[in-house]
Every structure is written in structure tokens, then in C-alpha cells.
Design a protein around this ligand. Structure first.
Ligand SMILES: [Zn+2]
Length: 195
């Protein structure tokens, strides 16, 4: 059987959000009966459910599903992980890259799980600072490594399209635990991700 992309939406939530979007579009001065806008409230309702699906996913379970006993104890880095989230103050996107490193302490984790937990925490209403901390704490508490580091670089639409209109500014946040609190280890990581 060929691969089928499958997306599931809660019918009740889709109906409720669709009606509210219809009112919002009307309040903003548009004609919701216009051809191009007829299905927009429903599409927007589904898009917002997709973009906030992280509330219904468990990042700890995802990490635990792929932890392996291993004696490797050098730094593991996954860099340039694409990230798309929504700022909780304006409901506008912010997007960029996450770089994650950890030093194992008896266990490694399947590499694809790190981008997965970035997705799970990103697909919620967020601020970049909390997103950084949540990824950091999740890896630290679940994998219990010797150290973990997270750097996020992101552009915020609420800054670029409105407000101060700073089109080229990038916000960087970072967090370090364990071995990465040591300046040499932290610098080695920052050098390896090109910072
Ligand atoms: Zn914002």
C-alpha cells in the first residue's frame, strides 16, 4: 500500500474555531461570502490545530521510546534543526534554527528524536526563552546526560511585520546544564556550531 499522508482534526473544535474565524474576518472588514474566502475559516481552523498539536504530544515518551545503553561519552551535536513556532503574545510565527548537544551518561538517544521534541514544544503558543528551557529540561530530566546545551536563533514576525519593523534582527537564546556550564565545554560546542 502506498504511503498516505493522514491528518486528523477534531470536528467539534474545527466547527467552533471556524465560526469564530468567520467573525474575525468579518470584523476586519472583509466579505466572508467572497469566493476566495468561503473555505478560509475552515482552513485556518485546521491550520491552527496543526500548529498547536504539540499540546497533545508527550516529548518524554518520544525520547524514552529511543534510548539505548551505550558507553560513548563524547559530545553529540545535532545542529540546524528547523523550527517553526507561534509567539504567544501576537499569534504570529517565529522561525529559525535550534542547535542541540549532549554528553551521554550511559545512554544515547535516537538522533531523529531531538528534532521531534523541538517540533513538539514548538507547536504550541510559545516565547523563545521558554521553548529553549523546555527542550533543555526535557532532555536533561529524561536522558540524564552529563550535560546538555540548546541554542535557538529565530526571526519573529511580530517584530518584522509590525511594531519596530526590524526585518533583519535575529533573537538568540541559549541554555546549558551539567558539563556545559564549564566554559571550555560550552566554547567547544559553540565553536562546532559556528558561533
Ligand atoms: Zn510576538
Amino acid at each position: 500500500m502506498p504511503y498516505k499522508k493522514f491528518e486528523e482534526y477534531n470536528i467539534q473544535i474545527t466547527d467552533d474555531v471556524r465560526e469564530r474565524y468567520k467573525n474575525i474576518i468579518k470584523d476586519l472588514g472583509e466579505d466572508t461570502e467572497r469566493d476566495g474566502l468561503l473555505k478560509t475559516p475552515e482552513r485556518a481552523a485546521k491550520a491552527m490545530q496543526f500548529l498547536t498539536q504539540g499540546y497533545h504530544q508527550d516529548p518524554i515518551k518520544v525520547l524514552k521510546s529511543a534510548m539505548f545503553k551505550e558507553s560513548y561519552n563524547e559530545m553529540v551535536i545535532v545542529k540546524d534543526i528547523e523550527l517553526y513556532s507561534l509567539c504567544e503574545h501576537h499569534l504570529l510565527p517565529f522561525f529559525g534554527k535550534a542547535h542541540i548537544a549532549y554528553i551521554p551518561n550511559g545512554h544515547i538517544v535516537g538522533l531523529s528524536k531531538l528534532p521531534r521534541i523541538v517540533d513538539i514544544f514548538s507547536r504550541r503558543l510559545q516565547v523563545q526563552e521558554r521553548l529553549t528551557e523546555q527542550i533543555l529540561d526535557c532532555i536533561n530530566d529524561t536522558l540524564k546526560p552529563q550535560g546538555v546545551a540548546v541554542v535557538i536563533e529565530a526571526s519573529h514576525m511580530c517584530m518584522m511585520m509590525r511594531g519596530v519593523q526590524k526585518q533583519n534582527s535575529i533573537t538568540t537564546t541559549s541554555g546549558f546544564r551539567g558539563q556545559f556550564e564549564k566554559i571550555e565545554t560550552r566554547n567547544e560546542f559553540l565553536k562546532l556550531i559556528g558561533k
